[in-house]
Design a binder for this molecule. Structure first.
Ligand code: FES
Length: 172
């Protein structure tokens, strides 16, 4: 039997409390994705063992939900607010400007080098900052950036594609 990798052991320890036939599968998928940022083949296999299922069935279940991803996330994700207050303040223009700088043709995609991606976001009630985006790094740090203009959004997108600091890019 091949030796288990460090990540296999980590996945096992993360899901050891979840039980088959207990409605726990979604919880296990969320727990693993929260730790690794996505569900790898290895993760699907380990989860399948724990739940006494085929990996293809676990994948089938997970792929039904939009929140699960099966490829590593980009280093930085721009979550673009699609809410009504942002839309009335040129949110679409901001989205298009950022996507043009990054060379991304659709929300949900990322740059070829995996540095930056852009996804759809929903209003979280901070509409006084409209139009806005949230910059997420390593799936943990979330930096809201509001009162965007096309020029400011281009500057931020350039900084992210060059790996500079976002706060630095916000200084005029
Ligand atoms: S509509 Fe964008 S924050 Fe509310």
């Amino acid at each position: 039997m091949p030796l288990e990798t460090e990540s296999t052991l980590r996945i096992r320890s993360l899901i050891q409390g979840f039980r088959p036939n207990n409605g726990d599968l979604l919880g296990a998928l969320h727990t693993v994705q929260h730790e690794f940022g996505y569900l790898s083949h290895e993760a699907l296999k380990v989860i399948a063992e724990q739940f006494e299922m085929f990996p293809s069935h676990v994948y089938g279940m997970a792929s039904f939900y939009e929140e699960f991803r099966f490829t590593p996330p980009p280093e930085t994700t721009i979550r673009w607010c699609s809410g009504p207050a942002c839309r009335t303040k040129n949110a679409n223009g901001i989205k298009n400007a950022m996507m043009a700088v990054l060379g991304i043709d659709e929300l949900g995609n990322q740059t070829d080098d995996g540095k930056c991606g852009m996804i759809l976001g929903q209003c979280n009630g901070t509409c006084e900052l409209a139009p806005m985006v949230w910059i997420e790094q390593k799936s943990v740090y979330e930096h809201p950036v509001g009162n965007l203009t096309a020029a400011k959004s281009i500057k931020i997108a350039r900084a992210l594609s060059e790996n500079s600091d976002v706060p630095e890019a916000l200084n005029d």
